[in-house]
Design a protein around this ligand. Sequence first.
Ligand SMILES: Nc1ncnc2c1ncn2[C@@H]1O[C@H](COP(=O)(O)OP(=O)(O)OP(=O)(O)O)[C@@H](O)[C@H]1O
Length: 257
Amino acid sequence: MANVLTVEHLTKKFAGLTAVNDLSFTMKERTIHSLIGPNGSGKSTTINMCTGSLPITSGTVKYRDEIISGRVLHEVASRNIGRTFQNLKLFGSMTVEENLMVGMQAQMKDGILKFLVSPASAKAEEKRANERAMEVLDYIGMYKYRNETVANLAYGQQKLTELGRSIMTAPKLLFLDEPAAGLNPSERVEFVKILLKVFDDGIDLFLIEHNMDVVMNISNYITVINFGSKIAEGTPKEIQNNDEVIAAYLGSQFKKK
Ligand SMILES: Nc1ncnc2c1ncn2[C@@H]1O[C@H](COP(=O)(O)OP(=O)(O)OP(=O)(O)O)[C@@H](O)[C@H]1O
């Protein structure tokens, strides 16, 4: 299997703090790959660097055969890479449908120019975005909420809306920052079901998550970091039995014989 993501010697320094320290790992095609570690260990910073949200201090990130480190957010997004955020970045006063339409912006970045030059083609693009939004809403089971204002929805539905927005542009690789955080158990079951459907339909998933039931059940491979440095990697079973991971983060409740 080819590598979808190759991270080499990735480092991020914030003033005196090294948030990510010489981190290297690879993610294989057709896997759900999780990045876990204690609070403040550098997980979100790693995703932010991989997706162009944050400049790197040193190191490289490769998507398939192309170096994407050094590229900005919309350039990364235009390579079929999507993401969701730890804290929802939805527009609360807009409807579910409108929030998904915003998700097409990566593909419509020359939209204003197009609108000035050719209003007809801009209209056609908007129609296409609207059709895609309906298709995605149906896919994630949110079609009936399409005209609801996002702020009025339950948290689980807001998270689904964000997931929907992230798949509007049909990414091939999706970064998810704590998708299960804040969900109640039944919302979590529903969300994981949809995530697995997304994966089965061809989108590789890179996940940051603190809920270990979710991580251990759905991941093919796990990278563990502590204080910005990799301390282990392997299958869920290997990670659950790794003494350094148990001491730094997991505790022994997941240990398997
Ligand atoms: N913009 C920033 N400026 C300064 N320090 C930052 C910034 N962003 C993150 N940090 C620091 O970098 C370290 C790593 O933070 P990061 O958010 O990547 O950790 P995390 O593993 O995602 O944590 P959590 O599990 O709590 O979300 C922390 O010490 C954090 O305070």
